[in-house]
Design a protein. Structure first.
Length: 572
């Protein structure tokens, strides 16, 4: 971060920030607990929007409201444009607000941001828009905390490249904000859970589904003794919150036209479209909590008011394609990581769209019962998905706030994605109750190195010689097919479902017995063998596996409490 703004540790006041295309959030920590703070409008999810009226700048929810009356001077959905050339941006979401423009290849917006009636509109670069917006967030945070916020950890998607990161850093610096670190969104979400006082640090595979307004990002993360390694990621720009809004907008526009056959389609004029969108999003949010929601817009088209309702099942049926797209995204990234759903210990739902109950219940069907699905509708201990990123960022900020800027840079630069890790598990062979050889993992696969783990293995009851065999282990999925059952006639049921609106037509079709899938260890290559002679009666043998940063391995065995032992080294 050479040349970047840096503040002496003793002068810092730090916050965690998420800066999304749709919303942003601010968090800070008190007594090691992260809290998301509300801005002056009382919002914890602050729309990432700026709007100018008569030279006054509005941001957040107030700016969002201006999308209806003042769209041309309102800038929305711009975060992903930072650090990109005009020719590489996707302006799809900007059709109902200020349009991005090509100014010598850079992305800019032309807006009237001055008070004078006859002032020329200004051309404002996306970097400047980001700076103005971040300045407002910092202002709100400073007002709330009663002191000037100087520094932040900001979350970014895992596919933000160096240019995008540099642009974000520059925009923040220009807003007089020191960026202590940019951390990846899924790691922030995992941290928000793992830093809870009641959380147990355990080795686990976590899937983080970050479901926002314009993008869905999924990551598979290995968490080993509090170190996170991102194993695989996937990004999608089609199955998202905006797509769900669009489904409700179309649904209600059609109903409006059915009731008012001679009225103009509200989707054909900008104001009608903006009103539909605003209300559709509110209805969608209400459906995350209740079984029914209302939809009501004054003067939707041709001066005609419109009011209606929808129930959750109907909404879920209409949105099925989007939900299925999200399921596929999650399944694909697990495959990309070379894993199976059975390997996943935890699924964290993060982002606004993650409030949708159907998405969480679909995940419950994809994953085995042993996988924790952390979403408000499936787990009472779930943290608000809209707050995970900011909380994780705030926790990270409080952890590193005492370091000099250069040290933070050195110790954490892009570490999470590039850390070397073991690909196979390393363990020892033991015997199970039936006397069969089984694999006992010592260092799990995907452990960030260097790593050192110790286990105790049983010695014969009466003591004697113990042979320890160090092996690699890998898992495979054992499939047991159910006994075939006589077939029933299902035709009538299928027809019923086909034209019923209210039916949720993707319930788990019948109780059809599923094949049983379980994860079993397979003993792989033998790495080394060590014999410990004359272990005393009731004695225990301690086995240590140390994997060094260069992936060389040191294996040690000894009798607990005895002198000596056997040590061997394997090169990577
Ligand atoms: P992106 O960068 O992908 O645009 P973001 O990270 O800026 O997203 P989020 O706040 O995570 O923004 O997600 C915004 C989306 O979440 C919007 O589509 C919003 O309508 C939706 N959303 C917010 N709250 C809920 C809710 N309670 N139920 C369903 N959807 C919700």
């Amino acid at each position: 971060m050479s040349g970047a703004k840096s503040v002496a540790p003793e002068n810092r006041t730090v916050i965690g920030l998420t800066f999304g295309n749709s919303n942003s959030s601010i968090a800070y920590t008190v007594d090691d607990k992260a809290e998301v703070i509300a801005n002056e409008d009382g919002d914890r999810q602050i729309p990432t929007i700026l709007s100018y009226v008569d030279g006054d700048e509005y941001y957040g929810q107030q700016a969002k409201a201006f999308l209806i009356r003042n769209p041309n001077n309102t800038v929305a959905y711009f975060r992903d444009f930072l650090g990109k050339d005009f020719e590489h941006i996707d302006p799809t979401h900007n059709h109902a607000s200020a349009h991005p423009k090509d100014v010598d290849g850079a992305v800019s917006f032309t807006i009237k941001d001055k008070a004078e009636e006859d002032a020329e509109p200004s051309t404002v670069s996306v970097s400047e828009v980001a700076t103005r917006y971040l300045r407002r967030l910092v202002g709100s945070a400073s007002d709330y905390l009663g002191k000037k916020v100087t520094s932040a950890v900001i979350t970014v998607p895992t596919n933000f490249n160096d240019k995008q990161k540099a642009a974000l850093l520059a925009a923040a610096n220009a807003a007089d904000l020191e960026v202590l670190q940019l951390i990846s969104e899924p790691v922030a979400a995992a941290l928000a859970y793992d830093a809870r006082p009641e959380a147990q640090v355990e080795d686990k595979i976590v899937v983080v589904a970050e479901l926002g307004g314009t993008r869905s990002d999924v990551a598979v993360i290995a968490s080993r003794q509090g170190m996170y390694t991102v194993l695989a990621t996937a990004h999608d720009y089609e199955f998202n919150g905006v797509a769900l809004d669009k489904i409700l907008m179309d649904h209600f526009a059609k109903e409006f036209l059915k009731r008012n056959p001679s009225a103009k389609d509200p989707r054909e004029n900008a104001r009608g479209l903006a009103k539909l969108k605003f209300e559709a999003e509110a209805t969608k949010r209400a459906l995350s909590i209740g079984a029914n929601a209302s939809f009501s817009v004054e003067s939707l088209s041709d001066g005609i008011d419109f009011a209606s309702t929808i129930n959750r099942l109907r909404y879920e049926t209409l949105s099925r394609t989007v939900f299925e797209g999200i399921n596929r995204l999650v399944e694909s990234v697990i495959k990309k990581a070379g894993l199976d759903v059975l390997d996943v210990d935890e699924v964290i739902l993060s982002g606004g769209t993650a409030h949708t109950p159907r998405i969480a219940s679909n995940f419950s069907n994809i994953f085995p019962q042993t996988t924790r699905i952390l979403a408000p509708s499936t787990n009472p201990y779930a943290i608000n998905p809209s707050e995970l990123g900011a909380r994780g960022a705030a926790l990270q900020a409080s952890l590193i706030q005492d370091y000099e800027a250069d040290d933070i840079d050195q110790s954490t630069h892009a570490a999470v994605t590039t850390v070397a890790h073991t690909s196979n598990a390393i363990g020892v062979v033991s015997l199970n109750a039936a006397g069969e050889e089984i694999f006992v993992p010592v260092v799990p696969a995907e452990t960030a190195v260097p790593a050192k783990r110790t286990v105790h293995v049983a010695a014969p009851k009466d003591g004697g010689d113990v042979l320890v065999k160090f092996v690699e282990g890998n898992t495979h999925i054992k499939v047991t097919k159910p006994e075939p059952k006589p077939k029933e006639d299902k035709t009538a049921k299928v027809e019923d479902a086909a034209d019923s609106d209210e039916e949720s037509d993707f319930s788990d079709d019948d109780e059809e017995e599923e094949e049983k899938r379980e994860k079993v260890w397979k003993i792989g290559n033998t790495l080394a063998e060590a014999a410990i002679r004359n272990v005393k009666k009731g004695g225990k043998v301690e086995v240590t596996v140390q994997v060094n940063a260069d992936l060389s391995v040191i294996l040690t065995t000894r009798e607990v409490g005895a002198q000596g032992g056997v040590r061997g080294q394997l090169n990577a």
